[in-house]
Design a binder for this molecule. Structure first.
Ligand code: KQY
Length: 366
């Protein structure tokens, strides 16, 4: 695996849409007791279910620390590959490589990772093991990589349509803890150069109280070029209403890289999900890690579904809107199975289905 001293755009590479064909999916096994309640035991069951379900459609690799290797191997089915990889937590979308393709070959883009804000407002310290994950995945996949030593980015903070359009949020990419020395124009230039992008659409904010500084993947997702979903509520008393409305206003007036208007489908949120006393009591308190207090609202949304080769995996919360989300996804992805996963344990760790998965795209266009 070599590190290339050029940029994907110069080399004719672009980031494919998630709905394009995959070679496989990576996941990291959860275990840290200051983020996952009860030492990660309930979350491990859900991660194992996610891995098992995705493995029905594409090869899955689970990366796991030395301490948890035997347990993960025991809990995962034989068809899931388990590899030892040190890590700081379980968010491979954010610390793993972003793959780019030229139609024949794929390469990884290895951004700098600083735990969503470094010493400014990052979620844990240290994060050096996570920052090495992208390189290690490129080694396993035998893919060359581009490494940005100074540019901080997480995979969950961008969504692309594979045809030159990228959607992100100002709340996240312009946050103090990531690239404070760069202007919005500098950031746009870097994204264009490293992802083969021509047009960037900036939503103001992500989901209310999302601890990633508003990652786009929890509020918006492309379904295919020209078509997308936006997390939505009609409740004007909910702070989320103004956030989703502001995003819709942007999306309605913007055009994508091909000059198309994006057709937006409203994906209704579940009722607010709050941390219970029992759940809060199961998380170790550690200085420098975000506390999990009873009554805190979690950033629950259905927009963080993962698009696999033959299926879409979406979160369920035992909420009446679970059924509406399933129906909308069925309508938008008529050729894929729609698989619901009860995702409360992932949400309790501050994340979602999209941010625990990272796809390796197929190099060849269909
Ligand atoms: O991308 C994500 N949503 C990751 C969230 C990390 C939370 C760490 N506690």
């Amino acid at each position: 695996m070599k590190t290339i001293d050029s940029t994907p755009k110069k080399d004719g590479f672009r980031m494919p849409g998630e709905f394009e064909k995959h070679l496989g999916t990576y996941i990291i096994w959860p275990e840290r007791p200051d983020n996952w309640r009860l030492g990660g035991k309930p979350a491990q069951k859900v991660f194992a279910e996610v891995a098992r379900e995705i493995a029905r459609f594409e090869p899955v690799t689970v990366c796991v620390s030395n301490c948890q290797f035997a347990n993960a191997r025991h809990m995962l089915p034989d068809e899931v590959r388990v590899v030892e990889m040190s890590n700081d937590d379980a968010w491979i979308r954010d610390c793993g490589p972003t793959f780019v393709s030229n139609g024949k070959e794929i390469r990884g883009v290895d951004w700098r990772f600083n735990a969503w804000g470094g010493l400014h407002d990052g979620l844990y310290f240290p994060w050096d093991k996570d920052d090495s994950v992208a390189q290690k995945v490129c080694e396993l996949e035998r893919r060359d990589r581009y490494r940005l030593e100074r540019f901080v980015l997480e995979g969950g903070s961008i969504h692309v349509d594979g045809e030159g359009t990228l959607v992100t949020t100002e709340e996240c990419l312009l946050s103090e803890g990531r690239n404070p020395g760069m202007t919005k124009e500098d950031i746009e230039e870097t994204l264009k150069e490293y992802l083969g992008i021509e047009k960037i659409i900036w939503l103001p904010k992500g989901i209310y109280l999302d601890e990633t500084n508003g990652h786009v993947d929890n509020i918006f997702s492309f379904v295919r070029p020209g078509e997308a979903v936006l997390a939505w509520t009609d409740d004007k008393n909910d702070p989320q209403y103004e956030i989703s409305k502001a995003a819709l206003d942007v999306l309605e007036r913007e055009r994508d890289a091909k000059g198309r208007k994006i057709n937006i489908h409203k994906l209704y949120l579940p009722a607010p999900v709050l941390i219970s006393a029992d759940e809060s009591g199961g998380v170790d308190a550690v200085d420098g890690t975000l506390p999990r207090n009873e009554g805190d609202r979690l950033a629950a949304s259905y927009a963080n579904f993962y698009i696999g080769n033959g299926a879409v995996f979406f979160p369920e919360f035992n909420d009446p809107n679970d059924a509406a989300a399933r129906e909308l996804l069925k309508h938008l992805f008529p050729d894929r199975e729609i698989v619901g996963i009860y995702a409360r344990e992932i949400l309790l760790g501050g994340g979602n289905i999209h941010c625990i998965t990272q796809q390796v795209p197929a190099p060849l266009a269909d």
